[in-house]
Write a protein that binds this ligand. Structure first.
Ligand SMILES: Nc1ncnc2c1ncn2[C@@H]1O[C@H](COP(=O)(O)OP(=O)(O)OP(=O)(O)O)[C@@H](O)[C@H]1O
Ligand SMILES: [Mg+2]
Length: 248
């Protein structure tokens, strides 16, 4: 058995002293897409935040393993450089920094080399075209006045250029329209085309994204743990039955 790309082992997480993730385990191999679904408050975003190294969330026990190495003590930056895509690493507006400036800096850090503005522009244009984004977008200031859909597009653009090995996407924004949801699905599919080894953990409430992404695994998370894992039939069952059948 080769070493899995990414593993979570018996993870227990607290926030503000309250236990939220309770002994969760998950293995993501190269090229696999995992969808994580679950009712509001079940701990999905807490899990994502913990995987990304948000210091507000304390790991009480368990491990987060990337390429066989326990990274639970690593900073968010170190995780990003190593190839984890952190969708909400920079959710705030950064005054006076344009989308393209930000990407140049982030991609240079990830690739440990100085990428020229020209190179970034070229790559950006290519991806913006693939993702159906307006070229004027690159000149805008990061997240300043971005709509929910524009934030999402920006996030997916970052993912495309950063060439991660694993992407953890928390689709929390319930205000996204169908087009924005499609951008996410299309973005993941395009990035996978370029890198079939990309591992994805997608947290979502939307069956629609799953229809376009066809995840290899669907997990149901309830009260801080994964209570069922399977294929698309699980999310279809959810559509008709809701979460009731899985609650204790
Ligand atoms: N920083 C925090 N401090 C205190 N409690 C928190 C913190 N973050 C999350 N929680 C609590 O942990 C529980 C799980 O929240 P979380 O955001 O992880 O749920 P979720 O599954 O992502 O829900 P949703 O589907 O609504 O996005 C909630 O009861 C929430 O109030
Ligand atoms: Mg959430």
């Amino acid at each position: 058995m080769p070493t899995p790309l990414f593993e979570v082992k018996d993870l227990h997480v607290t926030a503000e002293g309250q236990s939220i993730v309770k002994g969760l385990s998950l293995t993501i191999n190269k090229g696999e897409v995992h969808a994580i679904m679950g009712p509001n408050g079940s701990g999905k975003s807490t899990l994502a935040n913990t995987l990304l190294g948000n210091p507000d969330y304390k790991i009480k026990s368990g491990q987060i393993i990337f390429h066989g190495e326990d990274i639970s003590g690593w900073s968010t930056d170190a995780r990003a450089k190593a190839g984890m895509f952190l969708a909400f690493q920079y959710p705030q507006e950064i005054a006076g920094v344009s989308v393209i400036q930000f990407l140049r800096q982030a991609v240079s850090a990830r690739k440990a080399t100085d990428i020229s503005a020209l190179e970034i522009r070229f790559e950006m244009m290519e991806w913006m075209d693939k993702l159906g984004m307006d070229p004027s977008f690159s000149q805008r200031y990061l997240n300043e006045g971005f709509s929910g859909g524009e934030k999402k597009r920006n996030e997916i653009l970052q993912m495309a250029l950063l060439e991660p090995e694993i992407a953890i996407l928390d689709e929390t924004d319930s205000g996204l329209d169908i087009d924005a949801l499609r951008v996410v699905a299309r973005g993941v599919n395009e990035v996978r085309k370029k890198n079939p080894d990309l591992g994805v953990a997608l947290i979502t409430h939307y069956q629609r994204i799953l229809d376009e992404l066809s995840p290899d695994f669907v997990h149901i998370m309830i009260d801080g743990n994964i209570v069922a894992s399977g294929g698309m039939e699980l999310s279809e069952r959810l559509e008709s039955e809701g979460y009731e059948g899985w609650r204790k």
